[in-house]
Write a protein that binds this ligand. Structure first.
Ligand code: IMP
Length: 196
């Protein structure tokens, strides 16, 4: 089965392919099926936004579409940046600008707890939906460390591993990450759905 990933993020494609290839599911990008949909993420929850993205790409392509909406929720900031993680600080900031702003907003803050959340939604042309959620707790480092990954990876520290997400190999990150957890839960649900 072919699933269209409602995203232009190649990092997400790699993470999704790794986990879903075991089910014999082929994940392709919107551009691979000639679709380019710009979806406004107007939802107030990760679940709503994942649905908005998957539904729009399913409608445009006529194929089952999968979307992930994810973000970083920081306790001391009341859950921010949350669903606004990709837009934190405004459109002129890049990934490094966003994590620097986060560090700035946490300056002097000793409570560094936070979690990454990922909500996955798959919409089928017949109206069916398969959804899953994953979380990964950690802390916000005091300074960036590591070169891998994307987004807030250099400042998201895993006390158990004593490393940031950016210091993990893609396989190590998949094993502990919010998206890895959500995708494994999703894979199980999809397996049950496909057997129906
Ligand atoms: P989305 O593409 O709308 O889901 O935006 C999610 C945003 O959350 C990304 O742009 C990143 O800033 C952040 N994010 C989500 N997952 C990760 C991750 O695994 N590592 C680092 N940042 C992430």
């Amino acid at each position: 089965m072919k699933l269209v990933l409602a995203s232009k993020n190649a990092h997400k494609l790699v993470e999704m392919r790794d986990i879903l290839s075991q089910l014999g599911v082929e994940v392709v990008l919107e551009s691979d099926v000639g679709v380019d949909v710009d979806v406004e993420e107007t939802g107030t929850t990760f679940e709503e936004n994942a649905f908005l993205k998957a539904h729009a790409v399913m409608e445009a392509s006529g194929l089952p579409a999968i979307a992930d909406d994810s973000g970083l929720c920081v306790d001391a900031l009341g859950g921010a940046p949350g669903v606004y993680s990709a837009r934190y600080g405004g459109p002129e900031l890049d990934d490094a600008g966003r994590y620097r702003l986060l560090l700035e907003n946490l300056r002097g803050q000793l409570d560094r707890r936070g979690k990454f959340v990922s909500a996955i939604c798959c919409c089928f042309p017949n109206g069916d939906r398969v959804e899953a959620r994953g979380e990964c707790p950690g802390t916000i480092a005091y300074a960036p460390m590591g070169e891998g990954g994307f987004g807030y990876d250099p400042v998201f520290f895993l006390p158990g591993l004593k490393k940031t997400f950016a210091q993990l190999t893609p396989e190590e990150k998949n094993a502990v990450s919010h998206r890895g957890a959500a995708l494994r839960a999703f894979r199980e649900k999809l397996e049950v759905y496909l057997k129906k």
